[in-house]
Ligand binder design. Structure first.
Ligand code: AMP
Ligand code: MG
Length: 320
């Protein structure tokens, strides 16, 4: 198992040696390595068992440092960077030579973000290279939102996990780029699209072209528990699975089911708060996945605000 702690200088030393470290961000925990060192980047792909057509996001401590590895921040993406960094926004930007092709899967844009978690931001400000950091989970499984999640799955493979507590946002970053002159959202995430529209006007949402190499990682099946994950109307699903005698657990937005055992049901937010639901989503999916049941029954949330990003994760989890 990996050592878990808050020692930034230990994390820094390991990263400078080309090793990988689990890092907290406000979105999810990342599996970080030196983004400019092809060996460290290769180790990230191998450790996660991630296919090399799925490019990585570069993390740095401040907007001005982005120019070390991107040619420019085209307008009006610069407005988004100025407004939402540090924060759960990733921009696709034209890369400089210094970024290894492995990071971008050969694309000429690189995904970049300035995370807001204080521990990781401090670590990044002390390093003289950016960190490549995909979510710290085996490829395709549920993203980690606690240090213990990282340890459970990758603890045997990495030396150190920087413990920053529970992730505040709990969903991956929203990914935005420009395609044919249009602002395009490639992944719904922790930054609500409405906030983006308030700054740049209308945007195109293109999160479902799973085969398009310009939006790799937008695979239909992702964020998946190992158990079958069924979406629908919970009342109907519960009566169907009860009558069939199939043991199940229930993930709901806010509703509880008094006639079921408490131990097999989780509400994402009892008060119906979307931010709280996002924060709890992945930990809840993990908890349900370890219960002694055969299937997980769940429902979609209202398609508004972060509900869209949450529903995106729920739908991908439900693809077998
Ligand atoms: P993860 O690090 O697991 O949150 O996934 C990062 C995601 O960012 C990838 O799966 C891609 O969908 C997206 N991404 C990263 N770099 C690029 C790029 N240059 N062009 C398009 N999408 C990218
Ligand atoms: Mg991921």
């Amino acid at each position: 198992m990996a050592q878990i702690g808050k020692d930034i200088s230990k994390a820094k030393t390991l990263l400078e040696q080309g090793q990988l470290v689990g890092i907290p961000t406000e979105t999810v925990y990342g599996l970080a390595g030196n983004a400019l060192d092809p060996d460290a980047v290769a180790l990230i792909f191998a450790t996660k068992n991630r296919p090399d057509f799925d490019p990585l996001i570069l993390h740095t401590s401040a907007m001005d440092r982005v120019f070390d590895f991107v040619k420019e921040i085209p307008k009006p993406l610069d407005l988004l960077a100025a407004k939402f960094w540090p924060g759960p926004l990733t921009l696709l930007l034209p890369k400089k030579e210094v970024v290894p092709d492995l990071v971008t899967s050969g694309l000429d844009t690189v995904a970049v973000r300035v995370p807001s978690h204080p521990l990781t931001n401090k670590l990044l400000s002390e390093l003289d290279f950016p960190l490549a950091a995909p979510s710290a989970n085996p490829f395709g499984y549920i993203s980690p939102t606690k240090a213990s999640h990282v340890n459970d799955q990758l603890g045997e493979k990495i030396g150190y996990i920087l413990d920053g507590g529970d992730c505040e946002v709990g969903l991956e970053s929203t990914i935005v780029g420009i395609e044919d002159g249009e602002i395009t959202v490639y992944r719904l995430g922790g930054l609500d699209i409405k906030a983006i529209k308030d700054v740049v006007g209308e945007v195109k949402v293109m999160t479902h072209s799973s085969s398009n190499p310009k939006s790799p990682g937008m695979l239909k099946s992702h964020y998946s528990p190992t158990k079958p994950f069924i979406l629908g109307k919970l009342d109907d699903l519960i009566s169907e699975y009860s009558s069939r005698g199939v043991p199940f657990a229930v993930l709901s937005f806010c509703k509880s089911f008094p006639f079921l055992e408490q131990s097999i049901q989780i509400q994402l937010s009892k008060g119906g708060d979307m931010n709280e639901a996002a924060k709890n989503l992945f930990a809840a999916m993990r908890a349900l996945d370890t219960m002694d049941v055969s299937v997980i029954l769940s429902e979609l949330l209202p398609e508004e605000g972060l509900g869209r990003a949450i529903n995106d994760r729920l739908r991908r989890a439900a693809v077998q």
